[in-house]
Design a protein around this ligand. Structure first.
Ligand SMILES: CC(=O)CC(=O)SCCNC(=O)CCNC(=O)[C@H](O)C(C)(C)COP(=O)(O)OP(=O)(O)OC[C@H]1O[C@@H](n2cnc3c(N)ncnc32)[C@H](O)[C@@H]1OP(=O)(O)O
Ligand SMILES: NC(=O)C1=CN([C@@H]2O[C@H](COP(=O)(O)OP(=O)(O)OC[C@H]3O[C@@H](n4cnc5c(N)ncnc54)[C@H](OP(=O)(O)O)[C@@H]3O)[C@@H](O)[C@H]2O)C=CC1
Length: 291
């Protein structure tokens, strides 16, 4: 199937990165968000990130101009109906995602493939709320999208082969690598990564280490590019907690119980970098640990 127009729902940190790489690969992009400020910020950030690639000779100024011209931002969800492929990248909240697909369905074409960038939520459950479970799958990018090589592709129970092949061809055209995961809570990457982050928060909660010593230990002692608490702030603590809850509920095993300290940060609205405060405070020139 020939995919040319890609609709992206949610212009947060993932939506803007997905729009960036899609436009650079030559796809026409419709970027949607309920929040006008988020849309404007996403377009400005894409411009800035493309400019950084120009300045480092990764792409030409013409490539950048062409990519920018391929992106249209819209607050009007039905506008995405002309897309061949839709990637939902709104907040990690199952009722929000169901409502988006419900509102979208009357406007999409029969051939349109629907996907979700969800970090953890059942693809089969999201698909079953649509009119086309066979044309629905998980299309899971990693953060930051322009840098990270992997895309997890997740088939729901009903996903058909042409849908999987069409999505895999898109990943190939982006120059990224796909890994196929079965549809179980949090798939592969987050099934492994998120319990490690949650354990880092328990290590902090129980006073085994402070923010700085925990992050330094994993950076210098295990060669991770970011410490687990720095990475949690980067992902978003609300998203980390939502993923732990999906693991805990979906696998019914206490080993996945979210750390109460993670819950407390989220309840405080300290969601990490996106709100300027999480395990670090980002409001000054350099991040300062909050514990
Ligand atoms: C939660 C989920 O569902 C799944 C997930 O995504 S889990 C999270 C997965 N991601 C990770 O684990 C990221 C771990 N961190 C890293 O890999 C690195 O710290 C990092 C790539 C983010 C930054 O690397 P770094 O070496 O410290 O910084 P820096 O040298 O500034 O950046 C490296 C490159 O990335 C680019 N970059 C960094 N952040 C970027 C961003 N947010 N957007 C676009 N480009 C970015 C830089 O421009 C630079 O590009 P060049 O190589 O062309 O110069
Ligand atoms: N953060 C990460 O590292 C990764 C996240 N993901 C997944 O990607 C998805 C998005 O995450 P992320 O970008 O970090 O989240 P963000 O919080 O940065 O962005 C989510 C965006 O979606 C918007 N939104 C909420 N409801 C709707 C709606 N009904 N229609 C359109 N837009 C809506 C939000 O607007 P508002 O702010 O107004 O609510 C916000 O702008 C989640 O499913 C997450 O699990 C996947 C890989 C990595």
């Amino acid at each position: 199937m020939d995919i040319q127009k890609v609709g992206i729902i949610g212009a947060g940190q993932m939506g803007n990165g997905i729009a960036h790489v899609m436009a650079l690969a030559g796809y026409d992009v419709l970027l949607n968000d309920v929040n006008k400020d988020a849309l404007d910020a996403a377009v400005a950030l894409i411009d800035k990130n493309l400019e950084r690639q120009v300045s480092r000779d990764k792409i030409s100024a013409e490539d950048k101009a062409a990519a920018v011209a391929r992106i249209t931002s819209t607050q009007d969800l039905p506008h995405l109906g002309t897309s061949d492929l839709i990637i939902e990248a709104a907040t990690e909240n199952e009722p929000v995602k169901h409502k988006i697909f419900e509102a979208l369905i009357p406007h999409v074409q029969p051939h349109t493939i629907l996907t979700s960038n969800t970090s953890s939520i059942s693809i089969t459950r999201l698909a079953s709320g649509t009119d086309r479970p066979e044309k629905f799958m998980g299309f899971h990018f990693m953060n930051p999208v322009p840098v990270m090589q992997l895309v997890e592709l997740i088939r729901g129970i009903a996903t058909d082969e042409p849908t999987f092949s069409a999505c895999k061809a898109v990943v190939d055209r982006l120059g990224k690598t796909s890994a196929s995961a079965e549809d179980f809570p949090a798939f592969i990457v987050n099934r492994i990564l998120m319990p490690m982050i949650n354990e880092a928060v328990y290590t902090l909660y129980e006073g085994v280490g402070n923010v700085k010593s925990i992050d330094s230990s994993m950076k210098l002692g295990a060669n991770h590019p970011m410490g687990p608490l720095e990475l949690a702030d980067f992902i978003g603590l609300d998203t980390c907690l939502a993923i732990m809850n999906v693991l805990h509920d979906g696998l019914a095993d206490t080993k996945y119980r979210p750390c109460p300290l993670l819950t407390k940060y989220v309840e405080a609205g300290w969601l990490g970098r996106k709100t300027q405060r999480g395990f670090y405070d980002y409001r000054g020139d350099t991040p300062v640990p909050t514990r």
